[in-house]
Design a protein around this ligand. Structure first.
Ligand SMILES: Nc1ncnc2c1ncn2[C@@H]1O[C@H](COP(=O)(O)OP(=O)(O)OP(=O)(O)O)[C@@H](O)[C@H]1O
Ligand SMILES: [Mg+2]
Length: 370
């Protein structure tokens, strides 16, 4: 990949606390990258550094071959959309959209044409004379995006752009955002802590944890092969089960919290890499509940069933495990037995096997693919 934007060794501290450690990332021209991570992981800090609103303590930013580390925000040609839209309440829609153009000395017919074009792009042409207060949340969001793209930015930065919208609007604006990206080809970086947003919109997702980018991957690779237990436990709803495992006493056996388990097939192949204590990641949708004991199954007791509409989430407590006994979540489309019954959990694939010492995924690369 030839990099359009290069983030090299960027770090940021606020006083004595480090908000960003050492960010190294290349973004391709036209790429849509999502910065995903829990609250406080440094997403906004990184975005603000890219926008030039925050001085990095260290490191280099290169955009299209030119070092922009010291370039002031207004000379970077970056379109920025904040979480709260930040539209000017006293200006109408056209004035809002034209603001960045005016700042750049683009006025008159050229400005009018660019405003029309930007409003057209977000399907808001007929709202030009309204004030922001006379628009719905989703419409304000689209105006904020129109304002950002009117300047034809070299980079579009979005900070939690959909977080103020209700579930229905979120989905429709999400689809619009993807279409907009395909139409304009703008290199886009979007901050979100919503994994569905990141996985559905982005070409690649950068997962952040405590000021570090811990994995950058295509959505399906991030989901199917999380590089760390943190990634496995962050993605998915509910996320992957993480079971404490260790090699068993007999060959081919694994101890799950003290319970002897003999995996079979593809799962056995994946778990064969086990040398010491580790955490085994099993996704709830790759597990099957069976009523009879079959080879490769783990026995447990059905503790609770959550009805989720269309499917159920079974909570299975492993039988005979060291206290506190691990509870495995299984997603099931089928009707389930009464709670309290003995059931068997049959894993179909291994999402990850994380060595306790190194933290690395030691499962062979092909094992997790399904
Ligand atoms: N102006 C500031 N002064 C001191 N610490 C700050 C400042 N801004 C952010 N931080 C700290 O830096 C860390 C990263 O903050 P940041 O806003 O980048 O997180 P975030 O990933 O965007 O979180 P959220 O999802 O909650 O928006 C946090 O620990 C935060 O408390
Ligand atoms: Mg933030």
């Amino acid at each position: 990949m030839t990099a359009y934007l290069t983030i090299r060794d960027v770090a940021k501290s606020y006083g004595r606390s480090t908000a960003l450690h050492c960010i190294d990332m290349d973004i391709a021209r036209g790429e849509f990258l999502a910065l995903l991570g829990p609250s406080g992981s440094g997403k906004t800090t990184l975005l603000r550094i890219l926008a030039g609103l925050l001085d990095p303590g260290r490191g280099t930013l290169i955009l299209d071959g030119v070092d922009m580390t010291k370039t002031p925000a207004w000379e970077r040609d970056i379109g920025l959309v904040f979480q709260n839209y930040a539209l000017f309440p006293h200006m109408d829609v056209r004035q809002n959209v034209g603001f960045g153009l005016d700042m750049r000395g683009i006025r008159g017919a050229e400005a009018e044409r660019r405003i029309d074009e930007a409003l057209e792009t977000v399907s808001m042409r007929e709202y030009g004379t309204r004030r922001p207060g006379e628009l719905s949340g989703g419409q304000q969001q689209r105006i904020a995006i129109a304002r950002a793209i009117a300047i034809k930015p070299r980079l579009l930065l979005l900070d939690e752009p959909l977080s103020n919208l209700d579930a229905v609007l979120r989905q429709s604006v999400r689809i619009e955002l993807r279409e907009l990206h395909e139409r304009t080809g703008l290199t886009t970086i979007m901050v979100t802590h919503d994994q569905v947003e990141a996985l559905t919109l982005a070409d690649r997702v950068a997962l952040m944890e405590r000021g570090e980018v811990i994995q950058v991957d295509r959505p399906e690779d991030l989901y199917n092969r999380p590089a760390s237990a943190f990634a496995a436990a962050f993605l998915g709803s509910p996320p992957a089960n993480l079971l404490p495992v260790a090699p068993g006493n007999a060959p081919g056996t694994v101890s799950i919290s003290g319970v002897v388990w003999t995996p079979v097939g593809q799962v056995a192949q994946a778990v064969a890499a086990l040398r010491g204590p580790a955490r085994l990641a099993l996704r709830p949708e790759t597990l099957r509940l069976v009523a009879q004991e079959v080879p490769g199954a783990i026995s447990g007791r059905l503790k609770a069933v959550e009805y989720m509409g269309g499917e159920r989430l079974a909570h299975v407590e492993l039988t005979g495990a060291d206290a506190p006994a691990p509870v495995v979540l299984v997603r099931s489309a089928d009707a389930l037995p009464e709670t309290g019954q003995v059931v068997f959990v049959l894993p179909g694939a291994v999402t990850g096997l994380y060595d306790n010492e190194s933290g690395a995924n030691i499962a062979p690369a092909t094992a997790g693919e399904y």
